[in-house]
Ligand binder design. Sequence first.
Ligand code: XUL
Length: 527
Amino acid sequence: MSRGRKNSRMFLGLDSSTQSLTAVLINPASGEIVCQLSVNFGAELPQYGSPSGFIPGGTDGEVHADPSMWLEALDLLFSRLAVATDLAKVEMIAGSGQQHGSVYLDATFDARLAALHPAQNLADQVTPALTRQTSPIWMDTSTGPECAEITAALGGPAEVCRRSGSIAIERFTGPQIRRFYKNDPAAYARTGRIHLVSSFIASVIAGKSVPIDYGDGAGMNLLNLATLDWDNDLLDATAPDLRGKLPAPAAANTLQGTVSPYFVEKFGLSRTCRCALFTGDNPASLVGMGATTPGNIVISLGTSDTFFAAMPGPKTDPNGFGHVFGNPAGGFMSLICFRNGSLAREALRDRLGLDWPTFDGAPQVAREAAGSNLMLPFFGPEITPRHDFTGPVLQGAPEFESGTQPALQVRALLEGQFLNMRLHSQWMEVKAERIRLTGGASKNDGIPQLVADVFQAPVERLAVTNSAALGAALIAATAAGHDLSSLQQKFCQASPGSALQPDPALGPVYQDALCRFAVLLEAALRP
Ligand code: XUL
């Protein structure tokens, strides 16, 4: 291959998240991000009635999304990429998906993928294979009884956690599969393939059913982390004949052959463009944030907030809130998910009638009140800790509790969110040496400074905002032989001037606030 051609090789990362589908295209030789594009489901595909990426109004805790919407977004994204860039230069594609969500397909799925016709669209050609019209996603909390049944069959939560890295969790795929099997056994019997969101999109791109990677597979309560295979007892406790319906588990950088001719003919990808596996959005983000080695903590402030880190060795959360997923760079990562992320920030902002810049700046306005007022920051049901909260709990000065000084409430909400993270991440026993912060709420300095102060650790932000799609692009380049740490040196640097240092004077203040927060929380959780 000529030097010029080698230097223009590009790698594409896709991220199918809750609210949007994003592409990041990188050129490792120049160290450039060549193109970044996104399709927002709610705004650009309003016909699916899913303003936030899922179908509103589900009952009994059900939260589903329409897989046709993801397919239509894929067509739309590739048609835009074909205009914005030369897709023929893409050598490898990898990707990520919102974790835990599942897609149910009949025995015709593979034949349909093999016969995709570029004159028609993906949704019309693929969705006739669905045996369940909509997909449960990670926000779904409907599977309490199924979690209890799986737990009982295995002899207790500790055993489920020891094998799969998490106790049985409502949003995890195994309990969701069990609920489908119990509610509609005939449709379950017709199901020949069950994919995660990540492996579903990867299969469409590869033109055949591809494996589930260890990173995302570990979010199913089905993968045995010691053997890296589906666990027979967990399979049996979940639903009959399940092994035959699941793709095999495999490492994220396993190659899957070349891209489907559909994408070659329709969008101009090269016939030699290859596909690596897709992983979960959090494992991909670990890569994109340059945090695949221990010592770095990532906090992602999104619809849900997540707190994750590469693990030096295997360890599970004795309280069952934390999870262990595969680290795409090898080994494992821990993750804790907090449902009341932006959900709570936006609820308080609206309740106080503030705009976002005022909200974001409020912690610094009320700096002298650090650690003095407490808020349990839950505007709806929470998963860490698991409880059906109906609103926040406030404890502090009268002007704080009455809301006459909105900045005090904003500060206490954010402090509450980060104190709750500190409290529930203690099991990891990792000292936060450096926190890399990402997500919409991390842009200005107000909230990041508060994170630095509460955790007493320096905070950095990266120039790239789409860390999962960037991580996927890095996984694609790694699968083609590039060295991950050199790629991370190029693509995952903190943006200049973004580092914030903690104020050491606030160390004891937040140590004390953490104890008071734990006491208030315990009282709220007491039956
Ligand atoms: C992680 C989780 C969420 C989704 C969001 O366990 O449920 O972070 O991955 O996309």
